[in-house]
Design a protein around this ligand. Structure first.
Ligand code: RIB
Length: 307
């Protein structure tokens, strides 16, 4: 049985490198194309396993080459993929991604088999939560399955971590099942109803995070990209400032953060140290291309932290 369970999406990332994103109605030339392993769930599972966690992935792929490659890539890094089940008659999820010279990305996801991971399918995997310590969720599978998974995880006394991405509003019913909700700035703005941007002060960000606490979330671990991360609890605020790095590709940096945070807390690392570890892993990941291909090794993260 694995210590970390990830319920989520697996996507083939079709990545186009561009100087800048095209405007509406405009055609531009790209400078490169690659097909890479992605999907928010798979990225988090990959990072957690590569950084030392014992991980099981729960997800659905189609009976196609993308599905086989995605599953195999996770297995190669040690993820238990027995619950990455194949569904017939539907394609594996894909994400069409542009990565600009600045490292900024834009993503369009076609859910495919991820969207068919229903409650009935979840029942086939329900035992996976029994012995787990940490359970990771995102929002690229149907909401009822995410909620069903959160309930199973809670019943098994797992620490639940929800990445509210792609962004959508969440009710008290959902947030009250979550120990750590991990929005980026855009997601925090949508969830809290606050207007937030890169220029927002830390006080404004903390105020917005408190809305999620009022809505039932245990703790808010806000991912602020180049500004690091902030942990907000009812009576405590902690921060970790990111070290400035040369960004090549920010795709999957948030997933790397969640996966490495889970790996750290599953091994008993204190929460604030785990947050620092996750910030460091995500910082290294943006210096490399790709979501899973950008995830650093444990040695590289420790070296980045000066250990
Ligand atoms: O978070 C990055 C991921 O979002 C990509 O790998 C893509 O598949 C989309 O799911």
């Amino acid at each position: 049985m694995s210590e970390i369970v990830v319920l989520g999406s697996l996507n083939a990332d079709l990545v186009v490198s561009v100087e800048r994103a095209p405007l509406g109605g405009e055609t531009i030339a790209g400078s490169g194309f690659a097909v890479r392993s992605g999907g928010k769930g798979a990225n988090q599972a990959f990072a957690a396993a590569k950084l030392g966690g014992s991980v099981a992935m729960l997800g659905r792929v189609g009976d196609d080459d993308y599905g086989r490659i995605l599953s195999q890539g996770l297995a190669e890094v040690g993820v238990d993929t027995r619950m990455v089940r194949v569904l017939n008659g539907i394609s594996t999820g894909v994400a069409v991604i542009t990565v600009e010279a600045s490292g900024e990305n834009r993503i369009v996801v076609v859910p495919g088999s991820n969207g068919a991971y229903s409650m009935a399918e979840l029942e086939r995997d329900a035992d996976s939560f029994a012995e787990a310590k940490v359970a990771l969720f995102q929002l690229e599978t149907p909401m009822e399955t995410v909620v069903g998974g959160l309930k199973l995880a809670r019943e098994s006394r797992c620490i639940t971590v929800l990445d509210p991405a792609p962004a959508q509003r969440l009710s008290r019913d959902v947030l009250s099942l979550v120990d750590y909700v991990t929005p980026n700035l855009g997601e925090l703005a949508l969830l809290s109803g606050y207007e937030l941007g890169d220029e927002s002060s830390e006080a404004e960000i903390v105020e917005a995070a408190r809305v999620l606490l009022e809505l039932g979330a245990g703790k808010v671990l806000a991912k602020l990209g180049g500004r690091g991360a902030v942990l907000v609890e009812p009576r405590r605020v902690e921060r970790d400032y990111a070290v400035q790095v040369e960004t090549v590709d920010s795709t999957g940096a948030g997933d790397c953060f969640n996966g490495s945070f889970a790996a750290a807390i599953s091994k008993g690392m204190p929460e604030l140290e785990a947050m620092q570890f996750a910030c460091s892993a995500a910082s290294v990941s943006v210096t490399r291309a790709g979501a899973q291909s950008g995830v650093p090794s444990l040695e590289e993260v420790l070296a980045f932290m000066g250990r």
